[in-house]
Design a protein around this ligand. Structure first.
Ligand code: BTN
Length: 249
Protein backbone atom coordinates (compact mmCIF):
# COMPACT_ATOMS: atom_id res chain seq x y z
CA UNK A 1 0.00 0.00 0.00
CA UNK A 2 1.21 3.51 -0.81
CA UNK A 3 2.81 5.12 2.21
CA UNK A 4 1.49 8.65 2.72
CA UNK A 5 4.21 9.53 5.24
CA UNK A 6 6.95 8.73 2.73
CA UNK A 7 5.37 11.19 0.30
CA UNK A 8 4.62 13.99 2.74
CA UNK A 9 8.04 13.87 4.42
CA UNK A 10 9.69 14.69 1.07
CA UNK A 11 7.56 17.73 0.23
CA UNK A 12 9.12 21.21 0.35
CA UNK A 13 6.83 23.88 1.85
CA UNK A 14 4.01 22.30 0.01
CA UNK A 15 0.61 23.76 -0.70
CA UNK A 16 -0.55 20.19 -1.30
CA UNK A 17 -2.50 18.40 1.44
CA UNK A 18 -2.22 14.74 0.54
CA UNK A 19 -4.77 11.99 1.17
CA UNK A 20 -3.97 8.43 0.11
CA UNK A 21 -6.69 5.84 -0.40
CA UNK A 22 -6.63 2.36 -1.81
CA UNK A 23 -9.20 2.58 -4.56
CA UNK A 24 -11.63 4.94 -6.17
CA UNK A 25 -13.35 5.26 -9.52
CA UNK A 26 -11.46 8.38 -10.61
CA UNK A 27 -9.41 10.81 -8.53
CA UNK A 28 -10.41 13.62 -10.90
CA UNK A 29 -14.11 12.89 -10.36
CA UNK A 30 -13.61 12.80 -6.58
CA UNK A 31 -11.81 16.14 -6.58
CA UNK A 32 -14.40 17.78 -8.82
CA UNK A 33 -17.04 16.83 -6.26
CA UNK A 34 -14.85 18.07 -3.40
CA UNK A 35 -14.23 21.34 -5.27
CA UNK A 36 -17.96 21.96 -5.44
CA UNK A 37 -18.29 21.39 -1.70
CA UNK A 38 -15.62 24.02 -1.00
CA UNK A 39 -12.38 22.03 -0.61
CA UNK A 40 -9.36 24.36 -0.66
CA UNK A 41 -6.59 24.76 -3.22
CA UNK A 42 -3.98 22.06 -2.75
CA UNK A 43 -6.37 19.24 -1.83
CA UNK A 44 -4.62 16.20 -3.29
CA UNK A 45 -5.76 12.64 -3.70
CA UNK A 46 -3.49 9.72 -4.56
CA UNK A 47 -4.78 6.20 -5.04
CA UNK A 48 -3.44 2.70 -5.47
CA UNK A 49 -5.78 1.94 -8.37
CA UNK A 50 -8.79 3.44 -10.17
CA UNK A 51 -11.76 1.43 -11.35
CA UNK A 52 -12.93 4.07 -13.86
CA UNK A 53 -9.88 6.23 -14.60
CA UNK A 54 -10.65 8.82 -17.26
CA UNK A 55 -8.49 10.18 -20.07
CA UNK A 56 -9.08 13.01 -22.52
CA UNK A 57 -11.90 12.87 -25.02
CA UNK A 58 -14.00 10.58 -22.82
CA UNK A 59 -11.55 7.70 -23.02
CA UNK A 60 -10.86 5.33 -20.17
CA UNK A 61 -7.41 5.43 -18.62
CA UNK A 62 -6.16 1.99 -17.60
CA UNK A 63 -5.18 2.31 -13.93
CA UNK A 64 -3.74 -0.99 -12.71
CA UNK A 65 -1.72 -1.37 -9.52
CA UNK A 66 1.84 -0.11 -9.82
CA UNK A 67 0.89 3.22 -11.38
CA UNK A 68 0.63 6.61 -9.75
CA UNK A 69 -2.85 8.13 -9.97
CA UNK A 70 -2.90 11.60 -8.50
CA UNK A 71 -5.14 14.66 -8.68
CA UNK A 72 -4.69 18.11 -7.20
CA UNK A 73 -7.27 20.84 -6.76
CA UNK A 74 -6.28 24.33 -7.87
CA UNK A 75 -8.05 27.60 -7.35
CA UNK A 76 -5.92 29.94 -9.49
CA UNK A 77 -6.02 33.60 -8.46
CA UNK A 78 -6.04 34.72 -12.10
CA UNK A 79 -8.40 33.18 -14.65
CA UNK A 80 -6.51 30.40 -16.37
CA UNK A 81 -7.42 27.95 -19.09
CA UNK A 82 -7.26 24.27 -18.09
CA UNK A 83 -5.29 23.73 -21.33
CA UNK A 84 -2.40 25.76 -20.04
CA UNK A 85 -2.47 23.92 -16.72
CA UNK A 86 -2.13 20.68 -18.71
CA UNK A 87 1.01 21.97 -20.43
CA UNK A 88 2.62 23.24 -17.24
CA UNK A 89 1.89 20.02 -15.36
CA UNK A 90 3.44 18.03 -18.20
CA UNK A 91 6.63 20.04 -17.76
CA UNK A 92 6.59 19.42 -14.00
CA UNK A 93 6.11 15.68 -14.50
CA UNK A 94 8.92 15.49 -17.06
CA UNK A 95 11.28 17.35 -14.72
CA UNK A 96 10.25 15.15 -11.79
CA UNK A 97 11.03 11.92 -13.61
CA UNK A 98 14.35 13.26 -14.88
CA UNK A 99 15.30 14.37 -11.36
CA UNK A 100 15.02 10.77 -10.15
CA UNK A 101 16.70 8.81 -12.93
CA UNK A 102 18.88 9.18 -15.97
CA UNK A 103 16.30 9.42 -18.77
CA UNK A 104 14.97 12.08 -21.11
CA UNK A 105 11.23 12.66 -21.13
CA UNK A 106 9.46 14.11 -24.17
CA UNK A 107 6.03 15.67 -24.31
CA UNK A 108 3.56 15.00 -27.10
CA UNK A 109 1.03 17.75 -27.62
CA UNK A 110 -1.07 18.11 -25.75
CA UNK A 111 -1.05 15.94 -22.65
CA UNK A 112 1.16 12.89 -23.08
CA UNK A 113 4.60 12.16 -21.66
CA UNK A 114 6.82 9.89 -23.69
CA UNK A 115 9.82 7.82 -22.75
CA UNK A 116 11.81 6.09 -25.49
CA UNK A 117 8.98 6.53 -27.97
CA UNK A 118 6.15 5.19 -25.82
CA UNK A 119 3.61 6.88 -23.56
CA UNK A 120 4.54 6.78 -19.88
CA UNK A 121 2.01 9.26 -18.47
CA UNK A 122 -1.12 11.21 -19.34
CA UNK A 123 -2.53 14.40 -17.89
CA UNK A 124 -6.13 15.53 -17.59
CA UNK A 125 -6.97 19.07 -16.43
CA UNK A 126 -10.66 19.76 -15.95
CA UNK A 127 -12.37 23.01 -15.10
CA UNK A 128 -15.02 22.96 -12.37
CA UNK A 129 -17.96 25.30 -12.89
CA UNK A 130 -20.05 26.70 -10.05
CA UNK A 131 -23.85 26.33 -10.31
CA UNK A 132 -23.78 29.91 -11.67
CA UNK A 133 -21.50 28.77 -14.49
CA UNK A 134 -18.28 30.41 -13.27
CA UNK A 135 -14.94 28.62 -13.35
CA UNK A 136 -14.31 28.00 -9.66
CA UNK A 137 -11.48 25.48 -9.71
CA UNK A 138 -9.29 23.35 -11.93
CA UNK A 139 -8.62 19.69 -11.16
CA UNK A 140 -5.28 18.49 -12.44
CA UNK A 141 -4.90 14.72 -12.69
CA UNK A 142 -1.92 12.68 -13.73
CA UNK A 143 -1.62 8.98 -14.34
CA UNK A 144 1.99 7.83 -14.46
CA UNK A 145 3.00 4.27 -15.28
CA UNK A 146 5.63 3.66 -12.63
CA UNK A 147 5.64 -0.14 -12.55
CA UNK A 148 3.21 -3.03 -12.83
CA UNK A 149 1.69 -4.66 -15.87
CA UNK A 150 -0.15 -2.62 -18.47
CA UNK A 151 -3.01 -4.17 -20.42
CA UNK A 152 -1.71 -6.27 -23.33
CA UNK A 153 -3.34 -4.04 -25.96
CA UNK A 154 -1.25 -1.05 -24.81
CA UNK A 155 2.11 -2.83 -24.93
CA UNK A 156 3.22 -1.37 -28.28
CA UNK A 157 2.25 2.22 -27.46
CA UNK A 158 2.76 2.57 -23.70
CA UNK A 159 5.48 1.72 -21.24
CA UNK A 160 6.33 1.98 -17.54
CA UNK A 161 9.31 3.63 -15.87
CA UNK A 162 10.35 0.21 -14.63
CA UNK A 163 10.20 -1.29 -18.11
CA UNK A 164 12.57 1.46 -19.26
CA UNK A 165 15.06 0.59 -16.54
CA UNK A 166 14.00 3.16 -13.92
CA UNK A 167 12.96 1.32 -10.78
CA UNK A 168 11.43 3.99 -8.56
CA UNK A 169 8.89 3.98 -5.78
CA UNK A 170 5.54 5.65 -6.39
CA UNK A 171 6.11 7.66 -3.21
CA UNK A 172 9.33 9.16 -4.60
CA UNK A 173 7.69 9.91 -7.94
CA UNK A 174 4.63 11.48 -6.25
CA UNK A 175 6.76 13.71 -4.03
CA UNK A 176 9.06 14.75 -6.89
CA UNK A 177 6.03 15.59 -9.02
CA UNK A 178 4.32 17.65 -6.31
CA UNK A 179 7.54 19.56 -5.60
CA UNK A 180 8.10 20.34 -9.28
CA UNK A 181 4.43 21.10 -9.80
CA UNK A 182 4.51 23.67 -7.00
CA UNK A 183 7.59 25.25 -8.61
CA UNK A 184 6.16 25.41 -12.12
CA UNK A 185 2.67 26.46 -10.98
CA UNK A 186 4.01 29.42 -9.02
CA UNK A 187 6.61 30.54 -11.61
CA UNK A 188 5.83 32.91 -14.50
CA UNK A 189 3.90 30.68 -16.93
CA UNK A 190 6.03 31.82 -19.89
CA UNK A 191 8.97 29.87 -18.43
CA UNK A 192 7.03 26.62 -18.22
CA UNK A 193 5.49 27.16 -21.63
CA UNK A 194 8.91 27.69 -23.23
CA UNK A 195 10.07 24.38 -21.79
CA UNK A 196 6.83 22.74 -22.89
CA UNK A 197 7.57 23.76 -26.49
CA UNK A 198 11.20 22.66 -26.23
CA UNK A 199 10.26 19.20 -25.01
CA UNK A 200 7.52 18.72 -27.56
CA UNK A 201 8.22 15.96 -30.00
CA UNK A 202 5.66 17.00 -32.60
CA UNK A 203 7.31 20.27 -33.66
CA UNK A 204 8.67 20.44 -37.22
CA UNK A 205 7.25 16.99 -37.89
CA UNK A 206 4.65 15.69 -40.29
CA UNK A 207 1.64 14.80 -38.20
CA UNK A 208 -1.91 13.53 -38.59
CA UNK A 209 -4.53 15.70 -36.90
CA UNK A 210 -7.67 14.05 -35.55
CA UNK A 211 -10.54 16.41 -34.80
CA UNK A 212 -13.90 14.82 -34.24
CA UNK A 213 -14.47 12.61 -37.27
CA UNK A 214 -11.99 14.52 -39.44
CA UNK A 215 -8.41 13.38 -40.01
CA UNK A 216 -5.90 15.34 -42.08
CA UNK A 217 -2.14 15.64 -42.57
CA UNK A 218 -0.27 18.72 -41.37
CA UNK A 219 3.13 20.02 -40.36
CA UNK A 220 3.44 21.08 -36.71
CA UNK A 221 4.95 24.58 -36.62
CA UNK A 222 4.80 26.00 -33.10
CA UNK A 223 3.17 25.95 -29.68
CA UNK A 224 1.46 29.25 -28.84
CA UNK A 225 1.67 30.87 -25.37
CA UNK A 226 -1.82 29.46 -24.68
CA UNK A 227 -0.63 25.94 -25.46
CA UNK A 228 -2.34 25.73 -28.83
CA UNK A 229 -0.61 23.97 -31.72
CA UNK A 230 -0.01 25.97 -34.90
CA UNK A 231 0.01 23.74 -37.95
CA UNK A 232 0.34 24.10 -41.71
CA UNK A 233 -2.19 22.15 -43.75
CA UNK A 234 -2.93 21.97 -47.46
CA UNK A 235 -5.36 24.87 -46.90
CA UNK A 236 -2.93 27.15 -45.04
CA UNK A 237 -1.99 27.69 -41.42
CA UNK A 238 -4.36 27.15 -38.48
CA UNK A 239 -4.24 26.97 -34.70
CA UNK A 240 -5.52 23.91 -32.88
CA UNK A 241 -6.83 24.40 -29.36
CA UNK A 242 -8.04 20.85 -28.99
CA UNK A 243 -7.94 17.58 -30.83
CA UNK A 244 -5.25 15.03 -31.07
CA UNK A 245 -2.25 14.48 -33.26
CA UNK A 246 -0.31 11.39 -34.15
CA UNK A 247 3.28 11.41 -35.23
CA UNK A 248 5.48 8.61 -36.46
CA UNK A 249 8.31 8.26 -33.92
C1 BTN B 1 -4.92 10.87 -20.98
O1 BTN B 1 -3.95 10.15 -21.19
O2 BTN B 1 -5.78 11.11 -21.86
C2 BTN B 1 -5.06 11.52 -19.64
C3 BTN B 1 -5.03 10.53 -18.53
C4 BTN B 1 -5.21 11.12 -17.16
C5 BTN B 1 -5.30 10.07 -16.10
C6 BTN B 1 -5.32 10.61 -14.70
S1 BTN B 1 -5.11 9.34 -13.50
C7 BTN B 1 -5.55 10.43 -12.24
C8 BTN B 1 -6.68 11.28 -12.75
N1 BTN B 1 -7.96 10.61 -12.56
C9 BTN B 1 -8.55 10.29 -13.71
O3 BTN B 1 -9.65 9.71 -13.82
N2 BTN B 1 -7.79 10.69 -14.74
C10 BTN B 1 -6.58 11.35 -14.28
Amino acid sequence: MLNREQIVSQLNNSRFAVTVVEQTQSTNSDLKALALSGAPEGTTLIVERQTAGRGRRGRTFASPEGGLYLSTLLRPAQPVKPGRITCLAAVAAARAIESLCDVHVDIKWVNDLYLNGRKVAGILAEGVLSPAGELTAVVLGIGLNVSGTLPEELSSIATTLQQEGATLTREDVAAAFLNEWERVYTAPPEEGMAEYAKRNLVLEREITVVQGDATYPATALAITPAGHLRVRTADGERELSSGEVSVRL
